[in-house]
Design a protein around this ligand. Sequence first.
Ligand code: GLU
Length: 295
Amino acid sequence: MTDKSTGPVITRFAPSPTGLLHLGHGYSALRAHDLACATGGRFLLRFEDIDTGRVRAEYYDAIETDLRWLGLDWDGEPMRQSDRFDAYRDAFERLKAQELVYPCFCTRKEIAAEIAASASAPHGPDGPLYPRTCQALSDAEREERLVSEPHAWRIDMAKAVSTVGELHWRDADEGDIVATPEVHGDVVLARKDVPTSYHLAVVVDDAEQGVTDVVRGMDLFAATHVHRLLQQLLDLPVPHYHHHRLITDGAGKRLAKRDNARSLAAMRDAGVSAAAICAAFRSDPPDISEFEPID
Ligand code: GLU
């Protein structure tokens, strides 16, 4: 593990090509871009496209068009996570060799039923925790079901946490943070349909791209605890983190992908200037109130 506190700043913007970028994405990209540019560093683009069922081909170009329109040019070729399944498999195999993962055969429905039936289901930042049903399977049952049933792989969080000492990470606003990945429970590291998950792919790729500073929304603050653990288990560098405020609409509600009325493309088509948007993003606090949804 190395602490990347010296050398050029390398940031990335990591959108999923499952919809148009809205003002919130634009703000995140600009923050990452500006942090790198302020120090003569590099700003990278990574398409987080592991969710092959939801990805649409047209959104790769649309995202690039929006970023260029905002003047946020990136360095080098964008990375595509869909090209990197072998790298994720390698990382996963390392965790498997450490006996830190177990197969999970449960469907969402089964998990929901189990949680509903339990008197006190523990909750994490993203809702009820996985009740570890498949962790309790006998070796024989597990082996038998492995060959015949679709399965995801989950981290055995208690075991993983017990193999590492106290972990820390640094947030630009909050300072030194003690990692508490255990509050997330046994998260999925390899999904049933693809050989990775968001958590695993993001740490493998931040390391591969040499990212020194992860700039992303506050909504991913809690996920950083899991990322820090995975970095430790996989012996990957630990970037600094910058979790910025989320851009909200007039009612204080955060923008969503389906909120096409505030997509950058809709703004552009309606004649809004990119310079005005960037200026609004760069004001402190950022203020998008002048950009009404486009009908
Ligand atoms: N792909 C994630 C998103 O679009 C961002 C992940 C990250 O920055 O770590 O919200």
